[in-house]
Design a protein around this ligand. Structure first.
Ligand SMILES: NC(=O)c1ccc[n+]([C@@H]2O[C@H](COP(=O)([O-])OP(=O)(O)OC[C@H]3O[C@@H](n4cnc5c(N)ncnc54)[C@H](OP(=O)(O)O)[C@@H]3O)[C@@H](O)[C@H]2O)c1
Length: 347
């Protein structure tokens, strides 16, 4: 069987802030016969695909991230861009996948994906939850939040937790795990609407709009008069410096992401190392793949929280393949609330 596949690609490497003109839609013909030599491949029709900030680091002509991990390998201009997503099997050479099966795994920013042997692909039982939940909250974003918060931050009940990009995909889950665990949680986000959402919908103890603060160090002093025990960092830059200045002794900083530094326009964080030294602060970067061993525990805990209504799974969905570039650029403009996903086709 052959299908015409329209997919999104970059025209050339992107080394600054991404623009719509950096992207184009291309068409190719896909067929399972192309898998000869790569036996046991599955042709998937993509339904929902994940939109993630780290892809920008893959689009650069050079980035330290590209040399560390296979999934962060450089994106070649003109070629399909792989991403996490949910789809439906169209044809399979693999006995454990049948036509019509729902699947979750590494798909692409396109209408179809040929998933080769060795690539992450699992059958999906939605367990009564909407399919987009399996892309974000029960997928990579969720495991990142869970592993980063419980394993890197090592929380204790009653501790104070600060989360940046708190209304985003990872941040909004970190804040909810922290509240359920018994911490005092403050988030920052880029608009009053997001701040209201964090406090009124997600149960954060407090939140503020960082874009309205002229002095981030004093702002954090105001929100944490007794200091910060845990900082879950999604943004880097000046916010990391301000958080370190407000950390308590033996404070922990989980460096999940530094989105303010991805576009090349932002300030590189230079936290005061005397604070780090004299307050015995731990600053630890981590990657979700370090915590794959927690997947079963993460999935059952999070599923239960969602089913009992203790947790929410904010999701921000755009429609259609053509919206992928604007959805992606929107991450760096703060357009999204919750997990950014593009729906490629009807379920
Ligand atoms: N370590 C890992 O394995 C791992 C896995 C997944 C994600 N991550 C990282 O985690 C972070 C969050 O990812 P996500 O998928 O959950 O994205 P997201 O938070 O859903 O979306 C990005 C958000 O970042 C904020 N932002 C954008 N530019 C900013 C800037 N210059 N300064 C401050 N905030 C900015 C925006 O919200 P505002 O309106 O608040 O500005 C935007 O909505 C990213 O840094 C990402 O790379 C790491």
């Amino acid at each position: 069987m052959e299908v015409e596949n329209r997919f999104i690609t970059i025209k050339a490497s992107i080394d600054g802030f991404p623009q719509l003109s950096d992207f184009e839609v291309k068409t190719e013909t896909l067929s399972l016969s192309f898998g000869v030599g790569n036996k046991q491949v599955v042709l998937v029709k993509n339904l929902y695909v994940s939109i993630d900030p780290y892809q920008l680091n893959r689009m650069k002509s050079q980035s330290s991230s590209q040399t560390v991990l296979s999934f962060a390998s450089p994106i070649i201009p003109g070629e399909a861009i792989d991403t996490y997503g949910v789809g439906r099997v169209v044809e399979s050479d693999k006995p454990d996948f049948q036509k019509g099966d729902l699947v979750v795994g590494l798909l692409s920013w396109g209408e179809y994906t040929i998933v080769k042997e060795g690539t992450i692909l699992n059958k999906l039982d939605p367990m009564g939850l909407p399919l987009p939940h399996h892309v974000g909250t029960l997928g990579v974003s969720g495991l990142t939040a869970y592993g980063g918060f419980f394993e890197v931050c090592k929380p204790k009940k009653g501790e104070t937790v600060f989360v940046s990009a708190a209304s985003g995909s990872v941040g909004c889950l970190v804040g909810q795990y922290a509240k359920l665990f018994g911490c005092y949680v403050v988030g920052c986000a880029g608009s009053q609407k997001k701040v209201d959402f964090l406090k009124e919908e997600l149960g954060f103890d407090d939140a503020f709009n960082y874009k309205e603060e002229t002095d981030l160090k004093s702002a954090l002093k105001r929100y944490f008069p007794g200091g910060i025990d845990i900082y879950f960092d999604n943004v880097g830059g000046e916010m990391l410096e301000a958080a370190v200045a407000n950390m308590n002794t033996f404070g922990r900083v989980a460096v999940c992401g530094v989105i303010s530094e991805y576009t090349g326009n932002g300030k590189r964080a230079a936290p005061n190392m005397l604070d780090v030294l004299y307050k015995s602060i731990t600053i630890q970067g981590f990657l979700v793949r370090n915590y794959m061993k927690l997947y079963t525990d993460f999935f059952s805990t999070t599923m239960e929280h969602l089913q009992t209504g203790k947790m929410k799974a904010p999701t921000d969905i755009s429609w259609g393949l053509e919206s992928v570039p604007s959805a992606f650029i929107g991450l760096f403009l703060g357009d999204n609330v919750g997990k950014k996903i593009v729906q490629i086709a009807d379920e």
